[in-house]
Design a binder for this molecule. Sequence first.
Ligand SMILES: Cc1ncc(C[n+]2csc(CCOP(=O)(O)OP(=O)(O)O)c2C)c(N)n1
Length: 699
Amino acid sequence: MESKTSVHSIATVKKEDLLWVYDLMVRARELDEAEIRLRRQGAFQFQLSCSGHEAIQAVAAKLLRPGKDWFYPYYRDRTFAYGLGMTPADLFRQPLGKRTDPSSGGRQMPNHFAAPELNIVSQSSPTGTQFLQAVGTAEVNKIVRSLPPNPSLPSCSEDEVVYVSSGDGATSQGDFYEAISAASLNKLPVLFVIQDNGYAISVPTEVQTPGASISRTFSDFPGLFVREIDGVDVLACFDGLGEAIAHCRSGKGPALVHARVVRLKPHSDSDDDSSYRSNSEKEEDEKRDPLPIFEQLMVEQGLVDSEDGERIRKDAHDEFQDIYDTIKEEEMPAASTVSRFVYNPEIVIDKENTPVVGGEKITMVEGINRALATEMQRDPRVVVFGEDVADCSKDQNLPDVKGKGGVFKVTHGLQARFGSTRVYNTPIAESGIIGRAIGMAARGLRPVVEIQFFDYIWPAMNQIRSELAMMRWRSNNAFSCPVVVRCPIGGYVRGGAIYHSQSAESMFCQCPGLRVVMPSNARDAIGLLRTAMRCGDPVLFLEHKHLYRQQYTRACDPGADYAIPLGKAATVRKGEDVTVVTYGAQVQKSLEAAEQLASEGFEVEVIDLRSLQPYDWEAISSSTRRTGRLVVVYEESRSFGFGAEIAARAAQELFSYLDAPVMRVSAKDTYVGFAQELVDACLPQVADICETLRRSVRF
Ligand SMILES: Cc1ncc(C[n+]2csc(CCOP(=O)(O)OP(=O)(O)O)c2C)c(N)n1
């Protein structure tokens, strides 16, 4: 495709827009050159060029509206970010790692853009995660415009678009399919711009994508507008992007623009592309350099003369050097700030308020359901979604059916009460559930999502660890993700077997930025869920499914304002001889073991942690100092788990108080089977706790 033979008419584009795009393209190329120069001089630590991608990016920046539309640009989108309004100074601050870097305060590599005032949401490095988040951000618009006006809700305009981009390689990620599918299903105004430069580092498009064409792959996708364009041809970009944006703005749904571009430099400055590209191939790409192609067109049309480009280049060159000379002296981030903004700096709930007393005792399922309902009533920003969480996806059937409300019925009745805009089912796509929730939370909603079983949380791990947990820290507090992920967990359910019985909570405790909570009774479930929904941080709320309807977990509803601060344990049995630290389903088992030990003459203190991240070290430490003995009881497999953390810390900080080694009771380092014999053999039993307690007190 030769740009000069473009069938797109220059007459359809305003002269000032062409001049604006030209100016941006020349300056962006110069910015690239300046960065490469500074990198060679050792001033920058890393450089990633966007040379060859300028046309599609400059036109996209021209056609979209910073501060009104929303943006998820990928790392090669520097021309785009510049065009939206990020200044060269701001773009230089990131490769310099400056405290003043507005995208991350020196926390992220170059080209990980963020600018709240422009609606550029903080970007990360895992390729493809941005697609689902863009869908979530677009979903906010649909939700807010379907609800009665409320000042707490984020503001939205009818015709806004959410831009998300990537190279061709990133479309191989499953998140891409999940995002296209969710955007098409829900007719969301998401503009997917795929900048296909023929390579993903060294892997060519024909090895990456069937038929070497992502647009062809999705050409017949229901509800998706698709265009393949020559992304080095400015007029073709105006044409294709213009049509796609108009499609999105008109409310018809998402659009996919597949722009064929060229990568004129190696993948990054750490890549030597001569190791996998021939000189002749690179020469062919040079012929498709968008800058001289557009310059020639502009000269031919008499819109610029041959000296204009030189003048802009020279001005930009001098300007960028001056900017660098000024900002290079700016402060670096202080080492003491490294842990700042892992979590919300504001502690929203710091003490347990007095519970309402009396009333009938309710199960954990009922308690969680009530906490969700009271918070939904109080806060219009709360939306609930996941697999099967709605009562009935066919609204017309709602009056005639009992309603599903989740496979454990935890969300039963919420759709009927709060409507299908706030409570709805999603496809079976766990990454999609979390990714969409992130995009919604980043834009001001408070999603509470359900992962149907803990065993199926793993497809979402990338979104949870690399996105949900890190958003606040990596954006230096510019963005946050207050999402509650509710998740039934654990074993002891008949026939649950390996894929309905898992526990592995400590893996999530290893994600700084994410809170992990696990109640053992109805009252704590209510108080902790309320805090989780208000605290401003992402929270993994683990609901042990064996406890859902047990008699011993029932409690009176402590009221619509009852909340328990995170990180505060409860001493559920007092004792002088040995301390048990536990949580979840092991609380009851430990209490039963304590009864047994009492009959043998030993008093066991049982601490229910309730919060696992943060956990209440003060409670553990003061009890253990008194008893001199510590046993940790947990349901996940023994090695590298929660018990290891507590035991290691006790060994370090409580050594001189201990009269016995810290001991652990846990599941074995294997899996829960289907046959009851295999279940019992894997999971910790009351007898195991008793035996370990005896060893501890008799040591
Ligand atoms: C999930 C993930 N896997 C691998 C990488 C390493 N990586 C960074 S960029 C890249 C290539 C992406 O190619 P493409 O999407 O075509 O974009 P381009 O760089 O060509 O513009 C890879 C493999 C990553 N960042 N994230």
